[in-house]
Design a protein around this ligand. Sequence first.
Ligand SMILES: [Zn+2]
Ligand SMILES: [Zn+2]
Length: 258
Amino acid sequence: MSDFRVYAIRYAERDAVRGEHFHGYDARAAEPHPTSYYVWLAVSDQHTVLIDTGIAPARAAGIAGLRYRTSPVNALAALDVTPDAVDHVILTHLHYDHTGTAHQFGNAKYVVQDAELGYWTSHWPARVIRESWLLEDEDLAHLQEAETDGRLLLATGDMTILPGLSVHLVGGHTAGMQVVRVRTAVGTFVLASDASHFYENIEDDRPFPILSTMTGTYGAFDRIKQLADSPDHIVAGHDPLVLDRFPRLTPDIAVIAG
Ligand SMILES: [Zn+2]
Ligand SMILES: [Zn+2]
């Protein structure tokens, strides 16, 4: 049984300020604090797994200040991965910047937490209107079609998807936020995605402002630390530092584990 090789692939960047990224009062709220947008690829001798699918080109075109280098689907070509080669697409949660190209992976089985799909199909999103922009209705409809076609795996809590690769419900950021744990030749990593957008969120115990529950957000920090071999085995979801903490294959691809 082979270990996974893991890559973080940045496909977009946006200028922002600290106040957008840390809940509550921050004396440095107006300071620049750019955000990066990634998808993650885990490849073994038997499997090609994409973790999250980024922003769709059409939606990206309408986002002010977003520097959208390329569609995540095109970005995979740098690693010689075609969409049809992807056998599993794990969606850490259903925000638009994680689901936008999911429909382009026609051979993949999708993995979503039951609690996440349940939230977005409940009456709550219509009520929490300040977060309605975070869901793309077409992406949700596509996942519901995939469920009808038997291509959607609804996880409940902790679930091993493949030998050496598992998902873990942590909540906090969204109702059914999950992180991915993956075994590599250099240890077991956790792809935190939006359970810790930036290293500063988890390392300084400072939640991101978009959240489902505050206690869940702190609990997610604890769970990620338990699941990873060390703090160096945690991959933050939107942090430009990922490309500094890990070696680069290209200016936009970090090798988490080669
Ligand atoms: Zn999110
Ligand atoms: Zn995100």
